[in-house]
Design a protein around this ligand. Structure first.
Ligand SMILES: [Zn+2]
Length: 255
């Protein structure tokens, strides 16, 4: 086993516990390496995780090295690595606010926070699946190809990253967003961005890949594009219409 990888997983596990994303033995963390998948072993107390709590498994989930068997959710990790060659690290946790959405069976798929839109994208809700069974990977199948994070109904969330720290930071960002959405709900509700604002956000941040579709945008009637000098579908259509009207008026005046 590569000791550095063992240290990394243990570090992310302790950080997950310190940030309140897991309780006691909950959650599991993994990273992809040439020699296989490093993953937290079953019954790892995340707050006290050490390199000894990390094991190496092969692509069938068989223990290659380590003192205890791999996490009982190893099927989910293997499935996601097989589905996504860009993913090198996975965090599965139960952060309270994010998990509240999973329990209320509400996807986190409104276009609200620019940073979340760019870095994570819409977060779909997978159907309920019995933990540690092959129902879990099956429930992820509709979203595995594109989603950077997936809510697990009545369970928690699984977050993917280009490395395991990216998966951790995305988990943190998502939990922060989920909390803020709940606060906003008490102030009269959430106002998502317009489609034009989201299009322009991706246009001005080309280093971020657009993944998935958001469920809803702010109604185009309140689009501020004309003031902001942004281009959105609604305003484009409107200005085209104005242009045609203007030409028609001028032509009519000459007659
Ligand atoms: Zn779990």
């Amino acid at each position: 086993m590569n000791f550095k990888h063992q240290q990394t997983i243990a570090d992310v596990a302790r950080k997950c516990a310190a940030m309140g994303f897991v309780a006691s033995y909950d959650g599991n963390i993994s990273l992809r390496a040439d020699e296989g998948i490093y993953i937290t072993a079953t019954r790892t107390l995340k707050a006290e995780a050490s390199p000894d709590d990390v094991c190496l498994m092969d692509w069938n989930g068989k223990l290659l090295e380590g003192k205890r068997p791999p996490s009982t959710e190893s099927l989910m990790h293997l499935y996601l690595y097989k589905a996504r060659s860009d993913v090198k690290g996975i965090v599965h946790a139960h952060p309270p606010a994010t998990t509240a959405f999973a329990v209320a069976r509400k996807a986190l798929d409104l276009a609200v926070f620019p940073e979340v839109i760019l870095d994570i994208g819409p977060v779909p809700l997978a159907q309920y699946a019995t933990p540690s069974t092959d129902e879990v990977p099956r429930s992820l199948a509709p979203f595995a190809e594109w989603a950077n994070a997936i809510l697990l109904a009545n369970h928690g969330v699984v977050v993917l990253g280009g490395d395991v720290y990216e998966a951790l930071f995305r988990t943190e960002k998502l939990e922060h967003a989920a909390k803020t959405l709940v606060y906003a709900q008490t102030l009269g509700g959430v106002v998502p961005l317009t489609r034009g604002e989201v299009d322009y956000l991706y246009e001005t941040h080309k280093e971020f890949e657009r993944r998935g579709e958001f469920a809803e945008f702010q109604a185009s009637a309140t689009c501020k594009c004309e003031i902001e000098k942004l281009v959105c579908r609604t305003c484009e259509e409107k200005s085209e219409l104005d242009f045609v009207r203007g030409v028609a008026e001028r032509v009519l005046k000459r007659l």
